[in-house]
Design a protein around this ligand. Structure first.
Ligand SMILES: Nc1ncnc2c1ncn2[C@@H]1O[C@H](COP(=O)(O)OP(=O)(O)OP(=O)(O)O)[C@@H](O)[C@H]1O
Ligand SMILES: [Mg+2]
Length: 278
């Protein structure tokens, strides 16, 4: 991005509250969340299990609505009160890889990866050709015509990741995309994502439990508190770009890591001692 490119918020979340009925009681899940992602930024969200991370991504994608507060995506605001149409107008505006891979069992791996393209009206043949250009890079080569049940968890995850990236949206939401991968494949996919992000102007929000992953990839890391989630810390990651995996051993990286690990640990402990079952 050039020096004088204006900084525009691509996603702006203000005072968002959300509650669900959990164990028969209405319980707050998100409590006054504020979060901003500027155009072209890479932002990660980290926080204890059950603190509302996936809920927040569902809200950004328009699959769910906040009880109060406002959500702005690409300059369009949908708030809880105005009832501005299904999904606050946000549905279909993002590439969203959900935490569950949601592969269709009756479709081959290849046909699962092209689902988004097909829904958008691309002829199947053209969509398949496009997907086949990437199957090697995504470690799916040779498995294109298998069905999801025959795949390992890591492979299913890579198929879902490819499906999301083929949509080529300028906002991409990734909910623990690499959680089921072995360490080596994980690093390989992180580097692939870094390269992709550095070469095109995409805005990415990534949920992860992996502190190294969050720091290595992001411009900023948001740490959420234990449920109900609110922003506990927004850590700017000033590491130089382009980034490489070797940076995880630098002293700068170690300093960032320790400033994140302390607060994260307290939040995780708060979850355990809070007597929550979710
Ligand atoms: N549609 C829903 N209806 C009722 N409760 C829900 C719903 N979605 C989420 N919850 C509850 O809200 C809380 C937050 O869930 P969420 O999936 O957002 O957490 P998370 O931070 O993504 O956790 P994890 O790290 O384990 O994926 C949980 O207690 C969950 O059970
Ligand atoms: Mg989740």
């Amino acid at each position: 991005m050039s020096m004088d490119a204006p900084i525009r918020p691509k996603i702006r979340i203000e005072s968002v509250n959300k509650s669900y009925v959990i164990d028969g009681q209405q319980q707050a899940v998100l409590n006054g969340i504020d979060l901003t992602v500027n155009e072209g930024e890479f932002v990660s969200i980290i926080g204890p299990s059950g603190c509302g991370k996936s809920t927040l991504l569902n809200i950004i994608a328009g699959l769910d609505q906040p009880d109060s507060g406002s959500v702005e995506l690409s300059g369009v605001t949908g708030d809880a009160i105005s009832g501005d149409g299904f999904g606050g107008g946000r549905l279909g505006q993002t590439g969203y890889m959900q935490q569950k891979d949601l592969l269709l069992p009756w479709r081959s791996v290849l046909d699962n990866t092209i689902l988004g393209l097909e829904l958008r009206g691309m002829p199947k043949r053209q969509a398949r050709e496009r997907a086949l250009e990437f199957t090697e890079e995504f470690g799916l080569k040779g498995f294109e015509h298998q069905y999801p049940y025959a795949l390992s968890g890591g492979m299913r995850q890579r198929a879902a990741f490819l499906r999301t990236m083929l949509l080529d949206q300028d906002v991409v939401l990734l909910d623990e995309p690499f959680g089921a991968l072995d360490a080596l494949t994980r690093v390989q996919m992180q580097e692939w994502l870094l390269q992709l992000w550095e070469s095109v102007n995409k805005t990415i929000v990534l949920i992860t439990h992996d502190v190294d992953e969050a720091l290595l990839l992001s411009d900023r890391v948001y740490l959420l508190t234990a449920r109900p989630g609110k922003t506990a810390l927004a850590l700017e990651v000033g590491l130089p770009r382009p980034r490489h995996y070797d940076m995880v051993t630098s002293s700068e990286f170690a300093a960032l890591k320790s400033s994140l690990m302390g607060p994260l640990r307290s939040q995780v402990l708060a979850t355990r001692s809070g007597g929550q079952s979710g």
